[in-house]
Design a protein around this ligand. Structure first.
Ligand code: XMP
Length: 517
């Protein structure tokens, strides 16, 4: 789904950890782009008709026998190409240049010296502040005769190159990372000036296109959507509602494992504020009965997942003519990334409504499948979704059940819920909520001794977890200020009966995980 002028850039992924970042930068230049695996063939390319190509970097050496390559003809199509790091070496190699392995990897900052400051690639460049970020093991030593040098650094004689008479460029450094101070400018110049794309891909153009497409697909049929109250399903639901109004019914399952006040919030925002047809399934008892006596984390997940599917199925059957299921799948979940660990390494294993589509035989609508999380937030903002939903931290599908180590009971849920609300209140009060990926409480399956007043107590321990992360795949614990930790601890011990100790989790992922179960 594109917008505006329907122009698009294709990014050939050679497995760089920065490929998504390149895509983010291009989209910030208001040009639509998509990531494709490097195996994307010439026939497919001819159908897509992109305005230009970017070859990403990658962990490979051009000398590896199984190094990823593209057909040489790709350089003869007249399409503008920008090769980054490995992408540039590949271009030079395909054009007959000589690439060698440098004795030492060059990693870190370098000063870019422009040999051709008038080239379009450097349009609007400030003369000073030309720090660029290098990260490579191979380097070009003989430029193919059809190329010229645009810039060099102390260690790289060919830091930026250009074909003599085709719009084909290469940069040895990474323009997409923030350490390359004018890197965004280079990417912008490439897409706007060299590929000739108009900067018209904005969130509002995305929204009007998405609405148009949803309307066309659904026609006079009906759609249903599983609403969790998280950012992705909320934005998908409101966007679809804008398109088809009352033909959409959202189903919200209160499984009794939610945070305090969440079920009420969903009803208030989506039912009362947006006037979306909302079926609220009050199923806390059903879930808790099924979870009674269960302590194994994976069994908990299975029970909750299955129960959710049964319930959703029951409700969906009541909606006549329902033919579509709306899901809040995002772009990072669908990219076929050529990761060194294999194509599936970046595909999330947890999916809240996994298994649903096959069971209920509905066609899937994924209106956000081309967007990154921060773009989804911008769409949500344009649609008028309240900030507290747009900025909501991720919350696992199985909810508080996987934050109660051991058996899930009503009493233990209450202890965790009350503690959790204090954590969030204090994190918000300290202005940290939006800067933290996830912050929450965990109830441990052990009791410890304390003193309160004149007596000894023997009560529960709450663990605190606050992590920073980009995508949930890796994470580091947040260095929360002592005063915030102190306030959280004091308040939980004073205000939540049944807790006499609070500890802070200082493990990163890997080797730990974000959740405790
Ligand atoms: P872990 O604990 O694996 O979590 O480091 C990574 C991210 O996934 C969330 N998470 C889940 N989400 N169902 C979900 O929908 C699950 O079973 C589940 N387990 C973990 C977790 O909150 C974090 O954002």
């Amino acid at each position: 789904m594109m917008a505006g002028s329907d122009q698009k850039i294709l990014i050939y992924d050679f497995g760089s950890q920065y490929t998504q970042l390149i895509a983010r930068c291009i989209r910030e230049s208001k040009v639509y782009c998509e990531i494709v695996p490097y195996t994307f063939g010439l026939d497919a390319l001819a159908q897509v008709k992109p305005s230009g190509l970017i070859f990403s970097g990658g962990p490979f050496s051009i000398f590896d026998p199984d190094a990823p390559r593209v057909a040489h003809e790709i350089m003869t199509l007249g399409l503008p190409i920008l090769g980054i790091c490995y992408g540039m070496q590949l271009i030079a190699h395909l054009a007959g240049g000589e690439v060698v392995r440098t004795p030492k990897r060059e990693y870190g900052k370098a000063e870019l010296q422009l040999d051709r400051p008038d080239d379009e690639l450097f349009y609007g460049f400030a003369a000073e502040n030309n720090v660029v970020w290098m990260s490579h093991g191979d380097q070009i030593i003989h430029l193919p005769s059809c190329f010229i040098t645009l810039a060099h650094t102390a260690n790289a004689p060919y830091a930026a190159i250009k074909h003599r008479d085709k719009p084909i460029y290469g940069v040895q450094f990474h323009p997409e990372v923030v350490h390359t101070h004018q890197g965004r400018k280079i990417l912008q110049n490439f897409v706007h000036r060299i590929c000739g794309c108009t900067p018209d891909w904005t969130m509002s153009s995305f929204i009007s296109h998405a609405i148009h497409n949803i309307r066309r697909r659904v026609g006079d049929k009906r759609a249903i959507c599983a609403l969790s109250g998280g950012v992705d399903s909320s934005v998908a639901a409101v966007l679809t509602h804008e398109a088809i109004g009352d033909q959409l019914t959202c189903i919200f399952v209160d499984n009794g494992l939610l945070r305090k006040g969440e079920a009420e919030k969903v009803q208030e925002v989506f039912g009362k504020f947006f006037h979306i047809k909302l079926v609220c399934c009050q199923a806390a008892k059903r879930f808790l009965d099924k979870l009674a006596g269960v302590t194994d984390p994976e069994r908990k997940r299975k029970i909750i997942g299955n129960e959710f599917i049964y319930l959703f199925e029951e409700e969906a059957k009541k909606i006549r003519d329902a033919q579509f299921l709306v899901q809040g799948t995002l772009y990072p979940d669908v990219i076929e990334s050529v990761s060194v660990k294999g194509p599936s390494a970046t595909i999330k294993s947890h999916h809240n409504v996994g298994g649903l589509p096959e069971r209920i035989n509905l066609e899937i609508i994924e209106p956000l499948r081309e967007l990154f999380k921060d773009e989804v937030r911008l769409v949500g903002k344009e649609l008028g979704i309240p900030e507290e939903i747009i900025w909501r931290q991720p919350f696992p599908g199985p909810g508080l059940a996987i934050r109660i180590i051991g058996e899930v009971t009503e009493e233990r849920l209450n202890i965790l819920r009350e503690s959790d609300v204090i954590v969030l209140e204090e994190i918000r009060a300290a202005g940290l909520y939006r800067h933290i990926w996830q912050s929450f409480a965990i109830l441990l399956p052990l009791k410890t001794v304390g003193v309160m007043g004149d007596g000894r107590t023997y009560e529960n321990v709450i663990a605190l977890r606050a992590v920073n992360s980009l995508d949930g795949m890796t994470a580091d614990w947040v260095r929360l200020p002592y005063e915030v930790l102190e306030r959280i601890s004091n308040r939980i011990i004073n205000e939540v009966s049944g807790v006499n100790r609070v500890v802070y989790d200082i493990s990163s992922k890997p080797p730990s995980t974000i959740e405790w179960e």
